[in-house]
Design a protein around this ligand. Structure first.
Ligand code: 13P
Length: 249
């Protein structure tokens, strides 16, 4: 049985003190909650939030990391630095990284392998642009991002990977994929995983949905067979809007 994995991606929001306040509220509200949880604050708040979530049922996530362990990479943050702060999970290949900052699949794959080699869990994001969906290429794009993102990842390491399907046109737009459309892509991604790693690994793979997920639509999305959680942006920025999603069973 796959357990829901509900994660908040706080993106470039909140000062360290605001992040601590939200994390403190979530620790209280989600204590004993039925699902797996993660919150991913900005780098600048990781240290402070780490102290709040340590020893709780909320994992600490980072939103990105460098392709390299250390060195001359001005402005980047390394896996060693994240681990030092208690980070347990890293989001990689987010559409904002792919499209605004031009990260390609090779770069994302390098990050995925580096994170896994240091024992971090990875949330690998995949998803198509609106024009790709409209021209019938959604599956092709998701397959390519999945295969290239996971190239060279062992079956043992795959257990530490979650895939987040985030249709780019649904992110921060208020438009959500219908539960049926999302489930169809999730099922397709699971088929790709089965082809790469076998059916047992595919059956275990947690595939989150992301893109304007909120209290009003979460239950219907999560009820679908292949939707195993959510990667939530806007609705993760307040305990009141995150909690109803996080407590879905
Ligand atoms: P929204 O929930 O704000 O659409 O963001 C989704 C997302 O990109 C999470 O990573």
């Amino acid at each position: 049985m796959r357990k829901y994995f509900i994660a908040g991606n706080w993106k470039m929001h909140k000062t360290a003190s605001e992040a601590v306040a939200l994390a403190t509220e979530l620790v209280k509200e989600l204590k004993g909650g039925p699902n797996k949880y993660m919150i991913a604050p900005s780098f600048t708040a990781l240290d402070a939030v780490s102290k709040v979530v340590k020893g709780t049922n909320i994992l600490l996530g980072a939103q990105n990391m460098s392709t390299d362990e250390q060195g001359a990479h001005t402005g980047e943050v390394s896996v060693l630095q994240l681990k030092d702060l208690g980070v347990q999970v890293v989001i990689l290949g987010h559409s904002e990284r792919r499209h605004i900052y031009k990260e390609d699949d090779a770069m994302i794959n390098k990050k995925v392998k580096l994170a896994l080699s240091h024992g971090l869990e990875v949330v690998l994001c995949v998803g198509e642009l609106l024009e790709e969906r409209e021209s019938g290429k959604a599956e092709k794009v998701c397959e390519e991002q999945t295969r290239k993102g996971l190239a060279g990842v062992s079956a043992a390491d795959l257990k530490k990977v979650t895939i987040a399907y985030e249709p780019v046109w649904a992110i921060g737009t208020g438009k959500t994929a219908t539960p049926e459309d999302a489930d169809a892509i999730h099922a397709f991604i699971r088929k790709v995983i089965a082809d790469m790693y076998g059916k047992a690994a595919a059956d275990e793979m947690i595939i989150q949905y992301g893109g304007s997920m909120k209290a009003e639509n979460a239950a219907a999305l999560l009820a679908k067979e292949n939707i195993d959680g959510g990667l939530i942006g806007g609705a993760a920025l307040k305990a009141d809007t995150f909690k109803p999603i996080a407590l879905c069973k």
